[in-house]
Design a protein around this ligand. Sequence first.
Ligand code: SPV
Ligand code: MG
Length: 286
Amino acid sequence: MLKRNSASFRSVLASHDVVRVAGAHHALSGVLAQEAGFQAVWSSSFEVSASRCLPDASILSMTEYLEAAANIQKALDIPVVADCDTGYGGNYNVAHMVHEFEGAGITAVCMEDKLFPKMNSFADGDQTLLSTKAFASKIETAKAVQSSEEFFVIARTEALISGAGLDQAVERCFAYADSGADAVLIHSKAPTKDEVLAFLDRWDQRVPVVIVPTTYPDWHIDDVREAGVSVVIYANQGMRATLSALRATYRAIYEAGDTTALEPEIAAVRDIFDLQRMGDWQKLGA
Ligand code: SPV
Ligand code: MG
């Protein structure tokens, strides 16, 4: 079926206790995430930047991130959650970003409360926070300029990432929710889930909570749901798996001098045709 009718993120959230989201940087990875059963795809700034071999440091333009997110969305029936970093600047940039992403059929965006240009949360470098007031104003701006009630804005605090602490994280998320955010994302780079649990303990669930369990991977989805988390983003595992597979494959080909041993281990060309919906295309006639 070549018709394109994807569900909005808001409707997906309304019909699931916990929404499981996989990171991707192009349509093919998004389609594989959908095939695995994920309810949404995270158009990751880290993945999109890395796919260009660039740091995740506000180097690419809004247009380049938009193109990546829109290309993924076009291939899917499930919604894309677009990682929009800081909103690409101040309030004017945020307003333009919402117009452009919403206009391209993206139904959910996420903005984080760091200074523009930002650095990836796991990297050494400046993780300075924008003031609560200024970021709350960005959230208000995003909500004020969206065209449809369906559009969903996630406010992400980097308070734990920057070392500002739990009180800041909680206060900021309350302020962002009260400024109209549809959900809050509490990001952590701690090796355990403890500080996220401490956050949840103080959170009053005025809006849903989103987590990104990259450095604390041992949190089973049933326990995540039980803890009161509504959205889980597995932000970069897909790209990391791709990296391992590509590295091993290229090395094997180079070292073996032919691809005989590799053939049973790699996807068939026909598998790729299926993901391209080649059969449906061919029914259209050339
Ligand atoms: C991303 O995937 O781009 C994210 C998550 O924003 S993180 O890399 O942890 O910042
Ligand atoms: Mg990002």
